[in-house]
Design a protein around this ligand. Sequence first.
Ligand code: PLP
Length: 394
Amino acid sequence: MQINENFKDLGENYLFTAVAKKVAAFQQERPEVKIIKLGIGDVTQPLCPAVVSAMEGAVREMGEAATFHGYGPEQGYPFLRAAIARYYASHGVEIDPDEVYVGDGAKSDIGNILDLFGPDNAVLMPDPVYPVYADTNVMAGRRVIYANACEENGFLPLPEKDEQADIIYICSPNNPTGAAYDAGGLKLWVDYALERDAVIIYDAAYESFIRSGGLPRSIFEIPGARSCALEFCSLSKKAGFTGTRCGYTVIPKELSRGGMSLGKMWVRRQTTKFNGVAYVVQRGAEAVFTPEGERQTAAAIDVYRGNAKVITDALTELGVWYTGGENSPYVWLKCPDGLDSWGFFDRLLREAGVVGTPGVGFGRNGEGFFRLTAFGSPAATAEAVERLKKLLGK
Ligand code: PLP
């Protein structure tokens, strides 16, 4: 009997546990302080009315023999795949509904997609990074190399000539840095991948936060991407589905390597290991893409965008360097006074009662940086920002 020894190479998943422990200890020591959490990556706005009413209707269908749904298609119901294809078309990207694969959220698909790739690929991802990309590859025993994301490149690294990558992770707008690539930056990555026959794994989980004209919402806006990229997206942050669970992966028909179509491999993988997303959830997801759903979900995103603006305005006023916030719910700031990430965490907690996430938890390059999120309530965010101003304005 052998266990998967690769698990021994995984770092302790201790970031949020360490944060929670420190917060609990401080609260015990100073029970009178009303702690405000700007560290969470979960949404707080509820599902919008269009989604709720679609799901209510679907639940009633499930309660009648004539309209009951059992196992559905593993790739998602045609009504949702078509709605997602229409959504892409609305921002100028033509995809076939057959290229859309509905899943129970981006995190599962990000992990599961690795079934399609051999063990010896060199995997490139930025540092700092969403920890799931690295950990899923370490579990499978793959070698991970890091692209240097830093203040100098605005946390948007570009391909380097001698980089030898076979699988490339790009997340834009990025978690944790909030930075977003423009079309020129993405084109350089697409050209690099095409030249090397590499595959880009593109995470568009935060595309719905993009408001700046000209910033791509999808890698498929870039010429050539259909033959070198696949894309994950999620309704978690777009429509508050973090607890409802629905996302999708787009794999173009042109994408093949080693004589195998990646889309067909994914179908084979999913039909073997996955039995589809609940009908009720898919009806709710379909409603997100109706004009009413789009309007209502955009209103919720605007609440978060408003919070992000309150945070970034304060940082600008305080002269603190940051990225993100504009097209992202994340604001990534340089710790003031030369503090390291945990040093600033402690100071912010102890002197202002505000919780954020130490940047070093997302990779070595995150040291000296700090992540604040805009997912709180507007009142709590405004209060946290007032405390931050008082702390740093001194
Ligand atoms: N990708 C990124 C970059 C994320 O930050 C998250 C969630 O925080 C996910 C994917 C996972 O999203 P989902 O809730 O769809 O699994």
